[in-house]
Design a protein around this ligand. Sequence first.
Ligand SMILES: *[C@@H]1O[C@H](CO)[C@@H](O)[C@H](O)[C@H]1NC(C)=O
Ligand SMILES: *[C@@H]1O[C@H](CO)[C@@H](O)[C@H](O)[C@H]1NC(C)=O
Ligand SMILES: *[C@@H]1O[C@H](CO)[C@@H](O)[C@H](O)[C@H]1NC(C)=O
Ligand SMILES: *[C@@H]1O[C@H](CO)[C@@H](O)[C@H](O)[C@H]1NC(C)=O
Length: 502
Amino acid sequence: MVRATMTRVFSVVVATMVMILRVASHDYANALSKSILFFEGQRSGKLPSSQRMNWRKDSALHDGDQIGVDLVGGYYDAGDNVKFNFPMAFSTTVLAWSVLEFDKFMGPELKHALEAIRWATDYFLKATSVPGFVFAQVGDPYGDHNCWERPEDMDTPRTPYAVSKQYPGSEVSAEIAAALAASSMVFRISDPRYSSTLLNRSTMIFDFADRYRGSYNDSLGPWVCPFYCDFSGYLDELLWGAAWLHKATEEPYYWNYVVQNIHNLEKNVVLNVDGTPYEGGSFAEFGWDAKHAGINILVSKQLLMNGTYNSDPFLSNADKFVCTILPESPTKSVTYSPGGLLFKPGGSNMQHPTALSFLLLVYASYLSNAQKIVHCDDVVATPSRLIQVAKGQVDYILGDNPLNMSYMVGYGEKFPQRIHHRGSSLPSIENHPEHIDCKGGTPYYTSNDPNPNLLIGAVVGGPDVDDSYADSRAEFVQSEPTTYINAPLVGLLAYFKEHSSS
Ligand SMILES: *[C@@H]1O[C@H](CO)[C@@H](O)[C@H](O)[C@H]1NC(C)=O
Ligand SMILES: *[C@@H]1O[C@H](CO)[C@@H](O)[C@H](O)[C@H]1NC(C)=O
Ligand SMILES: *[C@@H]1O[C@H](CO)[C@@H](O)[C@H](O)[C@H]1NC(C)=O
Ligand SMILES: *[C@@H]1O[C@H](CO)[C@@H](O)[C@H](O)[C@H]1NC(C)=O
């Protein structure tokens, strides 16, 4: 009784706060366009004539030459010039999911979103072109991180790293399989041949990942740890890959695989990206390392729509995930800054508000179609409440925060000026054609001047838990953009562009 009353009082308070905090609505269409443009700034390889981020030029045109495999293309992961295929594949899977859910709201940006996906899938076809091997990374991360160089000037070792039958890497392989399967659905109508090439490769790489099980942690050791060390194990990627392959092929084999393995996944202790045990339960995690919540939400669509599937434990896990996030939930396990930004332990925090809000939005749309709601003990969460929470995070990123600052470069009046990004912070090739070597970039890194090249659309790691932001290149935890911060935001912005009054 007392709790019921408290709940009601709380909802009134929340509703009032929302009304007070509501400022002029954001230009979501503009932010959507920029969030996709960002990926052009991260391109590696030979740039096409349609390239719009013009201060960037061709780079890393000889990746793979030393072993006779064409590994040109793909994306630089963040502010450095390494191609880390594990997070790159995750970003691609989520970009494809954004398009699969929200393409009808993307308008003229859909074309650019497809280009962004294809830039990755063209590269993944190369990275999986040698039978028995999957390339996991290109670029010696120690050599790269020791220098502050433009990608166009790079003279650090572009070492290719592969996993194989003998030295397996099931997480990186299965995530690439997930990216290829999700992308095959994106191109199914517009380019059926390409779509079936992607799907065929996905099935082969999933089989490789499953048959030769192991973590690339062990196979590639210090070349992947501590950079994109796989803390959560590889079973989550195998299930995630199988779930995407089931969606793409409708083969019962993949569904049975998910059902037979899900309980083993739940037994795992999940670790945060900094390696400490996560207390919220494995169902609460979604990011480049842990796919757990993504698996449950992804399969929930068919479970909510079709009673012939056994929904245990997927739907209850999806509900539990929601209850770890909602601010009013009694089982909330994330924290919120005083200004309202969602926080989880580990670095590059902004990846959490974007990825988790994306799942909330997607789940809300599935729940809404099935006319279902979520119960967090005696707190009721309707689909529109889930959407409201997701929108609050997006609006914080775009400027509704105590600093009145947008965390997307080039959006709004006040945005990060000194992002931790080599290409953005060094003069462009056009303005400074002379080579800048490894240490030649240091004065630009340490300078207090704003970056000369705007990496439009880049969303940075974001403010501290007290809503403060240093805007300093050296504070890379706050000032570095990554592809996996932006990928889920693409879907969110497409939705809010069409539904900004909700
Ligand atoms: C995929 O392609 C290979 C070679 O082109 C072919 O042998 C194989 O049957 C295809 N697999 C599927 C599942 O279509
Ligand atoms: C990967 O390495 C990290 C750090 O050494 C370790 O904590 C983690 O358990 C490893 N993961 C796997 C799947 O072996
Ligand atoms: C539900 O799923 C089963 C098994 O895949 C399928 O045979 C059936 O047609 C589906 N029903 C609906 C209404 O989608
Ligand atoms: C942010 O904007 C609000 C409303 O316009 C204003 O009251 C507040 O002082 C601003 N804060 C900062 C740090 O500029």
